[in-house]
Ligand binder design. Structure first.
Ligand code: AMP
Length: 440
């Protein structure tokens, strides 16, 4: 129960209004520590409820002491505009019974308008490091009164090359501030940031990146080439049962091309990538949220922070280049305990990526075949010739079952040593949870 946290009564009232009753694991672990005023370094997966885990203690702190004359009292830095917007909405929801104001400072928006927003002296500033830095350089960003600094998806900010901006802005905040750093991964890449920005932090490892939401079924379908992938994608979009779907590509060009193909085939589709201007991006996300459009084609820029109810199918048209990216992509589905299906289309060029992601996540993807779209690609020759796969004992796969029985819950396979298995491993599979059996 949230009442156990001794949060300010106006926050408890908002939680009640929002029907937030039980805290999620990351909230239960982080909120009491943050309320003590400690610096935290939290590893929590996307969709775990981490936003409330930092927003609630932050608001509590601002409410506990009235400081009408101070400048911004909290700064939240995060990697993308979408995540910034969603975080702002979450802040506004929790602060609905207070006078606390927050503002957004991200790229792609009018610089002067943002300057005017900052002059209104909001208590909370939420933004992406590049634009925040530009506003700081223009003398528009007052950081001298910051009491709480949040770095959300810090690993992603690092990957996107924001490290220098983050460190510079953090150094402008008072040394006695509280800092809360959240990341999806627990790798050592963040060491410099952690050392420079946090003071004697408590480390909370809630979800290692490899502990993916168990309710997301993860499948792989082998494909001969892009044309074959397109046919499989069309089949999935027409035959799977889903409310909303997101299709990921690795490049903007591929995203645009695929969108054209899907529209030509009669689907209602929006495309979201880094070259789209802010208006188009907002429109695409809004339409998807409202359900006016069921399918979104996106590059990884869109993967972060996108929180759309009912997003229950993720298709990786291209295999992501990194394990973390995979996690972030499929984290778009199965939010807050809902179930979802993630299907990766794997051709020649994707096989090694798939193997390394399996090794990284210590799991086996379920191999699925669509009967009427069976291709000739069966994985690398060496693998087929040796008859052995990935140090995993080969089980006789029932071709009728392959793909027809998706796994609702999978236990991670025993630590794989080499490449993946093509065997449909039924080990540890929980009863099926599918809404409708696939018609393949
Ligand atoms: P996040 O990981 O912060 O992006 O949260 C994922 C989704 O779960 C968001 O839509 C939140 O509003 C929702 N959520 C977070 N915590 C709770 C909770 N304790 N009860 C119900 N929904 C929650």
């Amino acid at each position: 129960m949230f009442a156990q946290f001794a949060l300010h009564e106006r926050l408890l009232k908002a939680l009640e209004t929002l029907s937030f009753t039980e805290p999620t694991a990351v909230q239960a672990a982080a909120i009491p520590k943050a309320l003590e005023g400690r610096d935290l370094r939290v590893t929590a997966q996307t969709g775990s409820g981490k936003t409330a885990a930092f927003v609630l203690p932050l608001l509590h702190r601002l409410l506990s002491e009235d400081k009408p004359k101070s400048g911004a009292r909290a700064l939240i830095m995060l990697p993308t505009r979408e995540l910034a917007l969603q975080t702002l909405k979450e802040v506004e929801r929790f602060a609905q019974f207070t006078f606390i104001k927050a503002c957004l400072i991200t790229g792609g928006e009018d610089f002067k308008v943002q300057g005017a927003r900052l002059r209104k002296n909001p208590e909370i500033i939420i933004g992406t490091p590049g634009r925040l830095n530009e506003q700081f350089n223009a003398g528009n960003l007052p950081l001298g009164d910051v009491e709480v600094l949040v770095l959300d998806e810090a690993d992603r900010m690092l990957d996107m090359g924001f490290s220098e901006d983050v460190l510079k802005l953090a150094a402008q905040c008072p040394a006695q501030r509280q800092t809360l750093l959240f990341s999806a991964t627990a790798g050592s890449g963040l060491r410099e940031m952690v050392e420079q920005v946090l003071r004697e932090p408590e480390t909370l490892m809630l979800n290692r990146v490899s502990e993916l939401n168990e309710d997301i079924r993860q499948q792989v379908i082998l494909a001969d080439d892009n044309a074959h992938k397109e046919a499989i994608l069309q089949w999935l979009l027409e035959n799977e049962t889903y409310e909303k779907a997101i299709v990921f590509t690795n490049t903007r060009i591929q995203a645009d091309r695929l969108t054209g193909r899907l529209i030509a085939a009669g689907h209602k589709v929006f495309v979201l990538h880094g070259e789209k201007d802010q208006k188009d991006r907002k429109l695409a996300i809004e339409r998807l949220k409202q359900g006016a459009v069921k399918i979104l084609v996106a590059t990884d820029v869109a993967a972060r922070g996108l929180d759309v109810d009912g997003l229950d199918l993720v298709v990786n048209f291209d295999m992501p280049r990194k394990g973390d990216e995979y996690v972030h992509r499929i984290g778009r589905t199965g939010r807050a305990g809902a179930s979802g299906l993630a299907v990766s289309l794997v051709g020649h060029g994707d096989w090694n990526l798939m193997s390394s992601i399996e090794r990284y996540l210590k799991l086996r993807f379920e191999t699925r075949t669509i009967k009427e779209l069976k291709g000739s690609y069966k994985g690398p020759k060496k693998l087929k010739a040796s008859g052995k796969a990935a140090g995993v004992k080969k089980k006789k796969a029932d071709p009728k079952k392959a793909g027809a029985k998706p796994a609702a819950k999978r236990k991670p396979a025993a630590k794989p040593k080499t490449g993946p298995s093509q065997v449909v491993s039924q080990d540890g599979l929980a009863p099926l949870k599918r809404k409708k059996p696939a018609a393949e």
